[in-house]
Design a protein around this ligand. Structure first.
Ligand SMILES: [Zn+2]
Length: 273
């Protein structure tokens, strides 16, 4: 084959691949890139910063773990910090994402590889407006044991009759344990179903809420519940859990009054840092 035919064939292939991918050049790439739906409500940004710092101060996240919220201008977008220890998050760290986990304007910031936990939950749960992913220590045993987590007191009624467990091996086989793509995020979201949280075997938990205060409070009270349950089991004897009917009644009464009281305190303390 002479070199001019080879060049022609290479050119044809390059053009074909470009057309198949939908890219005709840099201009088309710019056209296809998602654009911002606009600046989020400044109070929502402050809530998100307060959520990051509160979760850190309660030991629910350390340098790892993250919290997100749906964008107030578009339910198909969410906001989350770039990859940084939550205690250090400021307004400059907040990134807008599509529900495919695509950042709008990364601007040199690095990303949480497990943002797909958030994206895929938002896709299938329109009632959820905030998601927390954490590795809070007392919850981990219930993701690796046959003993189920159950509500031990009124503050954890959102556990209901128990929480599902996502085992990454079921869909993905041997992995590095991270939910770092849409397929794994989707499998996790499916396992969550209509519950408030899903335990992640050998990893942590994903907690949902209809707002930031719900997702943060549930993360904190889930850790406390797990700690109390471990202590009660350790005492020996039998353990009395909330009856499912009792848990249901707490939820129907407004689930601890929407956590307004703790959220006022947590937000004030977090933003004073
Ligand atoms: Zn994780």
């Amino acid at each position: 084959m002479n070199s001019s035919i080879l060049r022609t064939r290479c050119s044809f292939l390059t053009t074909t691949v470009a057309v198949l991918l939908g890219f005709a050049g840099p201009a088309a790439i710019a056209q296809n890139a998602p654009v911002s739906v606009g600046p989020a409500d400044p109070e929502l940004i402050l809530d998100l910063i307060a959520a990051n710092r509160t979760l850190a101060s309660y030991g629910i996240v350390d340098a790892y773990g993250h919290v997100s919220v749906r964008h107030n201008l578009d339910p198909n977008r969410f906001l989350m910090a770039g990859a940084r220890a939550p205690a250090l998050v400021t307004e400059a760290d907040i990134i807008e994402y599509t529900l495919d986990g695509v950042p709008i304007d990364l601007n040199g910031r690095s990303q949480y590889s497990e943002r797909f936990i958030h994206a895929e939950i938002y896709k299938i749960r329109p009632d959820v407006s905030s998601v927390v992913h954490n590795h809070s220590p007392s919850v981990i045993p219930f993701g690796i044991s046959s003993v189920p987590i159950k509500p031990v007191y009124h503050m954890s009624s959102f556990i209901g009759e128990g929480l599902p467990i996502y085992d990454i091996r079921d869909e993905s086989g041997m992995t590095d344990m991270l939910v770092n793509n849409a397929e794994k995020g989707s499998a996790l979201a499916t396992q969550l179903g209509d519950r408030t949280a899903v335990l992640m075997r050998g990893h942590g938990v994903a907690v949902t809420g209809e707002s930031i205060p719900f997702a943060v409070a549930r993360s904190i009270y889930l850790e406390i519940n797990a700690s109390i349950q471990l202590q009660a089991i350790g005492l020996g004897g039998s353990v009395s859990y909330l009856d499912p009917e009792e848990a249901r009644r707490v939820l129907e009464s407004g689930e601890n009054r929407g956590y307004d009281r703790p959220w006022e305190l947590w937000r004030r303390d977090a933003l004073a840092q």
